[in-house]
Design a protein around this ligand. Structure first.
Ligand SMILES: *Cc1c(COP(=O)(O)O)cnc(C)c1O
Length: 410
């Protein structure tokens, strides 16, 4: 769990100035995480992190990535357009989609993005429709050779990527169609805190590079190890040791070169690791209900933050001004959707709550606002960014009833 990075005075001021609920992001924290990640892989001359746009798809956040020299990982046409509007192009965009509408590849090619195919059928479809770019990556799914994680499941049950056989066939097909630079990609973890699992994945991919060279005589020019590095959502969880992981990856990379691999670029596409701990959902207590259990109702709902309802995900909850009060009350913390899983926490120990208390839900900087929805006619909340200099800036307004009605025909 991230301890709150702003002063109580700042949160108190913004929660009085702007209607709750809203998201509040910490630019300083985001930049710190980026630098830790870059430092851990700085041993590699052409390391690049492509921030996963889907985690926090807001131009002001993406501009932070740009100023730190990161690329963007896009998975849909709207994400490609967002990257374009934010000033990204060419090699700084990775297009990693699945079950892709063919015309989305057209935009990716037009932007000269680095396209990563999730399925072998896309190679000939793209070739026929728009022609293949000179540089292409293929996404590998190792199947039963690896175990899985709770969000993503086991690789053999995951819809992503290609089998080893398809990777080899796909590379030959790409070569036949004139592709000259070949990338390999994988993403088989989500919110993973075990460094060893990530290191094993690097080892698996580097072995694949060598195998491809031996079997096909093809030199792989880049390896993308995906995102999925976890953050400690729970109070006593240990953070992922990125420095140690970077060093272990370096040893494996050097070993791969010794075994005959040509030097290849190294890429990551983390989202959560970078922005996850640096976003907060600021809400207020609106309602109490005492039946078979004690409920406290917030002015935010699962439509603002889906993770607890969808995955049973834990998010730390603190109460402004009551940080040091004993947690001697047990509540289910709920939203207002007509869905019984609209709960931010179940049986959570908290200090005694009162009407109007400012409740802070932690670690929502990634896959938080982005997963919002409009069920029950709930409107999506605003986003604010606290800049490095401490200024608070609105980076997305809240939806209004008009937005909600805009697509309806009466
Ligand atoms: C979601 C996703 C990511 C980012 O995942 P995080 O858990 O936020 O790091 C990266 N790559 C692909 C292909 C994804 O689908």
């Amino acid at each position: 769990m991230s301890s709150i990075s702003f002063s109580k005075a700042l949160i108190s001021k913004v929660s009085r100035s702007y209607p709750t609920p809203f998201y509040l992001y910490d630019e300083r924290g985001i930049r710190k995480s980026i630098r830790l990640l870059k430092k851990a892989f700085s041993w590699h001359p052409s390391f690049r992190e492509y921030f996963a746009v889907k985690a926090t798809p807001n131009p002001s956040i993406l501009k932070i990535m740009k100023s730190e020299g990161l690329g963007l990982d896009c998975s849909s046409l709207p994400e490609l357009l967002l990257a374009e509007r934010t000033g990204f192009a060419g090699d700084m965009i990775m297009f990693s989609s699945n079950n892709t509408p063919l015309q989305e590849f057209k935009k990716a090619k037009q932007l000269k993005a680095f396209i990563n195919f999730d399925d072998i059928s896309h190679i000939s479809m793209m070739q026929k429709a728009y022609g293949l770019p000179k540089k292409v990556a293929l996404r590998y799914n190792p199947g039963a050779t690896r175990t899985g994680t709770s969000i993503m499941g086991a690789p053999k049950d995951a819809k992503f990527g290609m089998t080893k056989k398809q990777i080899l066939e796909g590379l030959m097909l790409l070569k036949k169609h004139g592709v000259t630079e070949f990338g390999l990609h994988t993403m088989i973890i989500s919110n993973e805190l075990r460094e060893q699992y990530f290191i094993d994945t690097a080892s698996m991919m580097f072995d694949l590079v060598i195998d491809v060279k031996k079997r096909l005589g093809i030199d792989i020019s880049s390896v993308n190890l995906g995102g999925g590095i976890g953050i400690p959502y729970r109070p006593r969880q240990k953070p992922f040791d990125i420095a140690k992981t970077g060093k272990a990856t370096q040893r494996l990379y050097m070993k791969a070169l010794k075994k005959g691999a040509k030097p290849f670029a190294l890429h990551l596409e983390c989202g959560r690791y970078i922005t996850g701990p640096h976003g907060y959902l600021i809400t207020k207590v609106r309602h109490f209900k005492d039946i078979y259990k004690k409920y406290v109702g917030l002015d935010a709902s699962m439509a603002d933050l889906m993770r607890p309802g969808m995955y049973g995900a834990y998010h730390e909850i603190t109460v402004l001004g009551k940080e040091n009060k004993p947690r001697n009350h047990i509540y289910d913390v709920t939203g207002s959707l007509c869905e019984n899983n609209d709960k931010f926490a179940i049986d959570r120990k908290l200090p005694r709550l009162d009407y109007g208390d400012v409740v802070i839900i932690h670690d929502v900087g990634a896959h938080g606002h982005a997963m919002g929805f409009n069920y029950n006619g709930r409107l999506r909340s605003a986003e604010y960014l606290v800049s490095t200099s401490g200024k608070v800036k609105m980076i997305r307004r809240a939806e209004a009833i008009g937005d909600h009605f805009a697509t309806l025909k009466f």
